[in-house]
Design a protein around this ligand. Structure first.
Ligand code: 3PG
Ligand code: MG
Length: 406
């Protein structure tokens, strides 16, 4: 995992016109549309600080077309103003004449935030950088800049124009957050101190099962603790029965259950599965052992026995990576498993990494976020890297560096 990209230290930034792709995508309050967690906005500060003497234009997205959180970036720009020292302005245009005029007028020491780049239909396509470099987005904006900086680590798994197109036509660098994220993840993937434990849970099983396959077959993990829906898939693979409604949901996971079976056969004793769950019955939490699940309510958390077992494995580890919660921790009464995992990690003295908006936000709420070695701003991008996949946005920076070094 060698990333030979250029960084901000490789360029003279003074007075330069710099296009910075950030990931400020935030969870929004469904009722008011207000940003609920602005931590990705704050995480952009080191890069923006390094660009204090430059003419900075920020390009970013919020949500996706068709989703309720697909909105303008006006409030993100206001939040950015609170966390950085430059004067920040916002324009409700991405590549039209108004945006291009505002870009040309941006002075050294100023930041201009363009509107949601996903308002442009070209940004939704995923393709090779060379092809996307021919889009209107790139051909209209690129000539206005001296340098492209990618600090949108949490979107690095997308091969979209704003991520892979610009590096084909502009000198390009990784931002400070991208550098920091990759350094932490490289440490857990390349030289993990042993024992190394990965904790994987959450709802999206199709994202997690390939990670488990990769970290076990490449020997990066000694143990994998599975909770949430991921835990259910592994238990199903060993023949356990759940209640009717959960069985119904698991029917759509046949492929993942099959993969879980082969993981269990190939890596015996290394996947640690739940032995009990906190279930929802008549509005209350009721503990149930895995033998009782067919007649129990929905499994919304790992149970006390599992929590204790998982915590012991974590405390005995030297490297711990967690992606995804142990259940529906947002629901009152079902937070104890996820909370205990995070607290055991914080107490472990191990090199600890947590990722995914939900876990990072919860660690913050518990007031323990600072006790982790690294809190990733990424969910999907971190998991793609852990699954052994290439990140198109990072590969694009590496190719740009090769061209520039020639
Ligand atoms: C995220 O929050 O996952 C990133 O901002 C990428 O967004 P996407 O999953 O909609 O591409
Ligand atoms: Mg995503």
């Amino acid at each position: 995992m060698e990333f030979n990209y250029l960084t901000l230290d490789d360029f003279d930034l003074r007075d330069k016109r710099v296009l910075v792709r950030l990931d400020v995508n935030a969870p929004l309050d469904p009722a008011t549309g207000k940003i609920l967690d602005g931590s990705r906005i704050v995480a952009a500060k080191p890069t923006l600080d390094s660009l204090r003497g430059s003419r900075v234009v920020v390009l970013a997205h919020q949500g996706r077309p068709g989703k309720d959180d697909f909105t303008s970036l006006e409030q993100h720009a206001a939040a950015l103003q609170k966390s950085c020292s430059q004067h920040v302005t916002f324009i409700d245009d991405v590549m039209g004449p108004a945006a291009r005029d505002a870009i040309k007028r941006t002075q050294p020491g100023e930041i201009l935030v363009l509107d949601n780049v996903r308002f442009c239909s070209e940004e939704i396509l995923e393709d090779k950088g060379e092809k996307l470099a021919k889009t209107n987005l790139i051909s209209r904006l690129a000539p206005l800049f001296d340098l492209y900086v990618n600090d949108a680590f949490a979107t690095a798994h997308r091969a979209q124009a704003s991520l892979v197109g610009f590096p084909c036509v502009l000198p390009s660098a990784a931002g400070r957050l991208t550098e920091k994220e990759l350094a932490a993840l490289k440490k857990v993937l390349e030289r993990p101190e042993r024992p190394s434990t990965f904790v994987l849970g959450g709802a999206k099983i199709e994202d997690k099962v390939p990670v488990i396959e990769n970290i076990l077959s490449t020997g990066k993990a000694d143990h994998v603790l599975v909770g949430g829906n991921v835990g259910k898939v592994f238990l199903k693979a060993t023949g356990h029965m759940f209640n009717d409604s959960e069985e119904q949901v698991l029917k759509s996971a046949v492929e993942q259950i099959q993969k879980a079976k082969s993981i269990l056969a190939n890596h015996q004793g290394r996947v640690v599965m739940p032995t009990d769950f906190g279930t929802l019955e008549n509005g209350k939490r009721v503990e149930a052992s895995i033998a009782e699940l067919a007649r129990a309510g929905r499994c919304l958390d790992i149970g006390p026995q599992t929590t204790q077992k998982f915590s012991e494995v974590i405390r005995a580890s030297k490297t711990v990576v967690a992606g995804g919660p142990m259940g529906v921790f947002e629901q009152e009464g079902f937070e104890s498993g996820t909370r205990a995992i995070l607290e055991s990690m914080a107490d472990s003295g191990a090199f600890t990494v947590i990722g995914g908006g939900h876990l990072a936000g919860y660690a913050d709420l518990l007031g323990i976020a600072k006790r982790f070695s690294h809190v990733s701003t990424a969910g999907g991008a971190m998991l793609s890297l852990l699954a052994g996949e290439e990140l198109p946005a990072i590969e694009a920076l590496v190719s740009a560096a090769k061209r520039q070094r020639k």
